[in-house]
Design a protein around this ligand. Structure first.
Ligand SMILES: O=C1C[C@@](O)(C(=O)O)C[C@@H](O)[C@@H]1O
Length: 148
């Protein structure tokens, strides 16, 4: 079975509790289960990881190239600061779709720049937690197209 990775960065382990007006009240586990079920129905497998540590996220991304066809990635606050995560994405050959639950362009100016977007295959922002499922759908389409 083909596999995707869903990776969440700092503070996203608190999804559901943290600023619910901005990020909603659904927990990360619930979001992961929803994406898992969607992919399963389509014959794909999903592995989910979360880390609050920049270096660990980089290690996970490096390792992902050996085990997964693509990555759904919410880099959280590192989106706006991390050249190292940007370089890790550029270094791996698999497609990475960047997801933000909130619309980062409607928020503080420091969130308007993402270091990740220029190296991501796609960018989703402001669709709420549905963004993860949209990213999963887009990766399925992209990776299936590639086979045909
Ligand atoms: O942690 C997060 C979550 C976020 O990536 C989002 O999903 O909307 C947006 C980031 O600016 C913020 O630091």
């Amino acid at each position: 079975m083909k596999k995707l990775l869903m990776l969440n960065g700092p503070n996203l382990n608190l999804l559901g509790e943290r600023s619910p007006d901005t990020y909603g009240s659904t927990s990360l586990t619930e979001v992961e289960n929803e994406v898992y079920d969607f992919l399963r129905e389509n014959g794909w497998e999903l592995t989910c990881r979360q880390s609050n540590h920049e270096g660990e996220l980089i290690d996970i991304l490096h390792d992902a190239r050996k085990h997964f066809e693509g990555v759904i990635f919410n880099p959280g606050g590192y989106s706006h600061t991390s050249v190292a995560i940007r370089d890790a994405i550029e270094a791996i050959s698999i497609p990475v779709i960047e997801v933000h639950i909130s619309n980062i362009y409607q928020r503080e100016a420091f969130r308007h720049q993402s270091f990740i977007s220029p190296v991501a295959s796609g960018h989703i922002s402001g669709l709420g937690i549905k963004g993860y499922k949209v990213a999963a759908f887009a990766l399925l389409e992209k990776l299936t197209e590639r086979e045909n």
